[in-house]
Write a new protein. Structure first.
Length: 178
């Protein structure tokens, strides 16, 4: 098994640790700085890197699943590691959702998911909008949400948590509000 340091993303063309202006007065950092191309996030390959991950589970070989598919594990780990509160944006009809964390940056709401940090709700919705298409609510995640994710038969929750922890710790500069 390789060291968890392999969880580090390949360098982008810009410094992901620095905030960049977007849409005029909004800010972002992390993988958002890669021109909204999340290929570097999706190229973080975990096949065989974490003991908890079953190598036969193809969906667990890339960190891209933490943005689309296992966002709840990512948000739960951000909350545990960095202390930012986890929220869910959910269609009112209960069908689609995206889980993320929220904090404050320079007096604005900052939204944190596997892409990094943004104060632009429009930019955040570029991915969240793939799952939340109609009227929605935003609320804190609760014990029922967590229990559902833990018991889901098609979700390897513990493995996703391990994957999220490795990505966050190896790329902490992308997610830390400073």
């Amino acid at each position: 098994m390789k060291n968890l340091s392999t969880a580090k993303a390949q360098p982008g063309k810009t410094d992901r640790s620095r905030y960049r202006p977007v849409h005029g007065t909004e800010l972002h950092k992390g993988f958002y700085c890669d021109n909204n191309n999340y290929a570097n996030l999706k190229e973080i390959d975990y096949d065989g890197h974490l003991a908890q991950i079953d190598d036969d589970e193809e969906h667990l070989t890339s960190a891209g699943c933490l943005l689309e598919g296992s966002c709840q594990a990512f948000a739960m780990q951000v909350e545990e590691i960095l202390g930012y509160e986890a929220f869910i944006i959910k269609e009112c009809n209960g069908k689609g959702h995206h889980v993320f964390c929220q904090a404050t940056l320079e007096g604005k709401i900052a939204l944190i998911d596997a892409r990094g940090v943004t104060t632009s709700f429009d930019e955040f919705m570029e991915v969240a909008g793939e799952f939340v298409k109609g009227p929605f609510v935003i609320r804190r995640i609760n014990e029922n949400d967590i229990a559902g994710w833990q018991s889901s038969s098609d979700n390897s929750h513990e493995e996703h948590l391990a994957l999220a922890e490795a990505v966050i710790k190896a790329n902490i500069e992308c997610y830390k509000i400073d």
